[in-house]
Design a binder for this molecule. Structure first.
Ligand SMILES: Nc1ncnc2c1ncn2[C@@H]1O[C@H](COP(=O)(O)OP(=O)(O)OP(=O)(O)O)[C@@H](O)[C@H]1O
Length: 348
């Protein structure tokens, strides 16, 4: 049975993972922006404890899927079910981002969103404090339980900064950190909310080769040492192929393949999606039936100048058509699951 966290109703669990120990399931997720179908009946079955990568050419629907899973967008159709360890399944479609986060899903964004004027430690503590049991009044009055909670969040933030390799930079201003360190800080902040599933949206974008290798190690450790399932959007195919247990491929909003990294690399639909239907046959043949997927450009800075979503903003700000996906209307005032303010229009 699944509790619908949006209505308090109870519904049967859906999804594609019958007989498998899934942590997250989606079935028939369809997301439209006016005439544009960003996700077309997408199914997802994410296994507990795995690193699952979502790949696809630019505009394939990867971020739309993340935004749908985390409550930033509300797809018009489908089911999204979180299956936590305690067995109390939750329907996520329509749930607000902060509720999704409280249930156990945390994410990072394509465009880094830190409180850039605060220190690394403060950034993580803010996220850790969303887990505090003490209410605002006891915090204001400095009651013993509030002091204990404050100490716990401080310790937790220290531990996580050490875990991501930033222990020597905890008092540095976030905005002054290198791009790679800012990405690590974002991950620490997401982990501070104690998720069962971590969604990473292009974590390698803008990082240098050394930082990419460190990121690869970090993703492995998050998965193996913390026991967190990782859903990863990434254009860096070397990273994807090395770190993912399984890969799901989207193209034009549809799932076109799913399997192990080597399975999807050899999948004809994937080869076609990446090389294009008109790719010369010898180009495909040159890969001996195995596509060497070219790395696609991701965003290079916080302005998202290179994230290719300019059209996205136009459509979402319209918001009038009943056929359109609604982005969470509260998200501009609210902090995002990881304590950051989401870019409501693109959710990137
Ligand atoms: N808020 C929005 N309003 C209108 N269209 C949108 C919105 N968000 C996404 N889209 C459209 O949906 C499609 C999928 O976009 P999405 O950002 O999910 O792709 P992506 O696979 O993440 O691409 P990239 O790799 O470039 O980040 C695109 O055509 C995009 O323009």
């Amino acid at each position: 049975m699944t509790t619908d966290v949006t209505k308090g109703a109870v519904a049967p669990a859906g999804g594609s993972g019958a007989g498998v120990d899934n942590v997250l399931e989606a079935s028939g997720v369809t997301l439209r922006f006016g005439g544009l179908t960003s996700l077309d009946s997408v199914d997802l079955g994410m296994r507990r404890g795995e690193v699952l990568a979502v790949i696809g050419p630019n505009g394939a629907g990867k971020t739309s899927l993340f935004n749908s899973l985390t409550g930033v967008y509300k797809p018009q159709e489908g089911r999204i079910t979180f299956l936590p360890k305690d067995g109390d399944n939750k329907e996520l479609l329509g749930a607000k981002p902060h509720i999704v986060n409280r249930l156990g899903l945390a994410r990072t964004f394509q465009n880094i969103r830190l409180f850039s004027a605060l220190t690394a430690l403060e950034n993580v503590k803010i996220a850790a404090e969303t887990r505090l049991k003490a209410g605002p009044v006891s915090i204001m009055l400095g009651l013993p339980n509030a002091r204990r909670a404050e100490r716990e969040s401080d310790e937790r933030a220290h531990r996580l900064l050490k875990f991501v390799g930033l222990e020597s930079k905890l008092n540095e201003i976030a905005g002054s950190l290198s791009y790679g360190d800012q990405r690590s800080l974002e991950i620490a902040r997401a982990l501070a909310t104690d998720p069962q599933v971590l969604l990473l949206d292009e974590p390698a974008a803008g990082t240098n080769p050394t930082e990419k290798l460190e990121l690869e190690q970090l993703i492995r450790r998050i998965n193996s040492e913390l026991g967190v399932s990782v859903l990863l959007i990434e254009h860096d195919m070397r990273l994807v192929m090395s770190v993912a247990d399984r890969v799901m491929v989207l193209n034009f909003g549809r799932k076109i393949a799913e399997g192990t990294p080597s399975e999807v690399q050899q999948h004809p639909a994937v080869i076609e999606a990446y090389l294009g239907a008109s790719a010369p046959e010898e180009e495909v043949a040159a890969g001996a039936g195995q596509v060497v997927i070219a790395e696609q450009p991701g965003p290079v800075d916080e302005s998202g100048a290179n994230d290719g979503d300019s059209g996205a903003n136009e459509a979402s700000s319209d918001g009038e058509s009943s056929d359109e996906a609604s982005s969470d209307g509260e998200s501009s005032d609210e902090t995002a699951p990881d304590g950051s303010a989401p870019d409501e229009e693109s959710g990137k």
